[in-house]
Design a protein around this ligand. Sequence first.
Ligand code: IPE
Ligand code: IPE
Ligand code: MG
Length: 236
Amino acid sequence: MEHLLIPKHLSIIMDGNGRWAEKKNLPRFEGHKAGLKAVRMVTSESIKAGIKYLTLYAFSTENWKRPQEEVSSLMNLFQEIIEKEKKDLLDNRIKVMFIGQREKLSLPLRLAMTNIEEETKHNSNLVLNIAINYGGRAELCSALKSIGEIILQGNIVPSQITQNLISEHLFTAGLPDPDLLIRTGGELRISNFLLWQIAYTELWFTKTFWPDFSKKQFWQAINDYEKRVRKFGGKI
Ligand code: IPE
Ligand code: IPE
Ligand code: MG
């Protein structure tokens, strides 16, 4: 089913878990747990579609503002999921990567992350890139700090800073920019996701809460993307 017009890199803001649970009179945490089903679905459909990179926004640098109970249950859930999904990820030859600042995460979670990255690093079916404690602005700050160090060491002068150099110092170094960004949950905003990388990304929004995001909607987004005319500022 591989297709020239299929996005090479799909990114998703998986939003609406809390409201999904509240609507059902369940604790918000149940919404986060229920979101795993949609993660599995988009991962396997992405492989079928021929998508090569799938980036999922799981936790932002601003999500620490939430009640401590919600934050810690989410962190435990991430660790559990990584451990539980390992076999399937290996069987499906998926390469797992994480973007975001890891220092603030618990040691057991960080170990689970580096372990799955290490074990899956030679896989090439799909790159599954998960954003945990990720913020676009924090990412740009850290890129500027590393470039500042390179300048201080005398390796380059400021006039040699290029767009490529900046891209190479982001957490997403080596990945192409996303072609398509899907946001579920009804909000029409970016919420600090991939600010630099989405300069020319096609955007697709749905009101559906993340745990209810279906195969049908996944393919609807892909079909809509195929009809978009991408101009990158030029004339077609
Ligand atoms: C997205 O769902 C998941 C995370 C941000 C961790 P939300 O928890 O933001 O759900 P809503 O937007 O409150 O419904
Ligand atoms: C964005 O959703 C972050 C993730 C989906 C992980 P939020 O729920 O945090 O975004 P806002 O607060 O509605 O902008
Ligand atoms: Mg939300």
